[in-house]
Design a protein around this ligand. Sequence first.
Ligand SMILES: Nc1ncnc2c1ncn2[C@@H]1O[C@H](COP(=O)(O)OP(=O)(O)OP(=O)(O)O)[C@@H](O)[C@H]1O
Ligand SMILES: [Mg+2]
Length: 325
Amino acid sequence: MSDLTPSRLLAADSFRREAAPDLASVRLLVVGDVMLDRYWFGDVSRISPEAPVPVVRIARREERLGGAANVARNAAALGAHTGLLGITGRDEAGDEVEKLLKDGGIHSYMKRDEAISTIIKLRVIGRQQQMVRIDFEDAPTEHVLVEKLDQFKALLPDYDVVILSDYNKGALVNVAEMVRAARAAGKIVLVDPKGDDFSPYTGASILTPNRSELQRVVGGWKTEEQLTEKAQRLRAELGLMALLVTRSEEGMSLYSEKEVLHVHADAREVFDVSGAGDTVIATLAAMLGAGAPLDEALATANRAGGIVVGKLGTATVTREELFPA
Ligand SMILES: Nc1ncnc2c1ncn2[C@@H]1O[C@H](COP(=O)(O)OP(=O)(O)OP(=O)(O)O)[C@@H](O)[C@H]1O
Ligand SMILES: [Mg+2]
């Protein structure tokens, strides 16, 4: 059956058009695991007297939105009206998340959970080298999850497109109900999936696994035909409009009932690939929300991925970079 699906290769710069799509009119709600990325930079000049470990004296700190909050940051950078629903602790890191959301022009619907720590990934970097990464990670409390689900349903009428950004940290334990509610309200639903079972995402519009996320669910593949067959079977099983596999340096492939679309990676120089998937899903969602057809949305998302890997740090792409005047 799979080899009957027609396959099309998109030119990386196809669909450059006269007028840029109206991304500012798109209302995009991001829901998922919100994290804070922390970087502490310093000098190492001695070994600790307490244990055989280096002492890093911190000279500079940096904080960035991570996880679902980075997807929201990317959507806002494109000019979309962006809301973020997630959970942090009632702690200093949670305050920092709120501040960064405000700076990024993101509408915050963050819930504060008294019982947990905000999810933090802290990197200590001495002499340009990462010495250790320290993770703070607690699963949210049941009653906060219930509140969050209620708020999600209440927010649906105000948004056109929903992105569910799952990092398997607990904010999306009731993702199946969220997908059902959003689809019943006629919203486009994109999911960045995690884990070894994608069935809770059944009925979503588009799923965007990377290669290893897909492999975990369908097993490996040796040929392109095999990948097509496995991808199409999964798409049909989950009742998706399309399955988008992001393939790092191989670009991406989109499997729909009608056809398979491939696009080559569009990067001139690659500096930092972390967070490229977040840029891709945000761009795809914004384009679809603006009414672009799937092939054009895909080509634009791929262009955004190519731009963002050329920047250092978990970066974003602006509307002006995507659609230069
Ligand atoms: N090494 C690379 N060279 C060129 N383009 C790349 C590279 N890595 C990523 N990209 C671009 O970014 C897109 C998304 O990357 P990838 O498939 O690695 O997503 P991901 O693993 O979900 O990323 P992350 O989880 O770090 O956000 C690719 O489809 C491609 O367009
Ligand atoms: Mg990813």
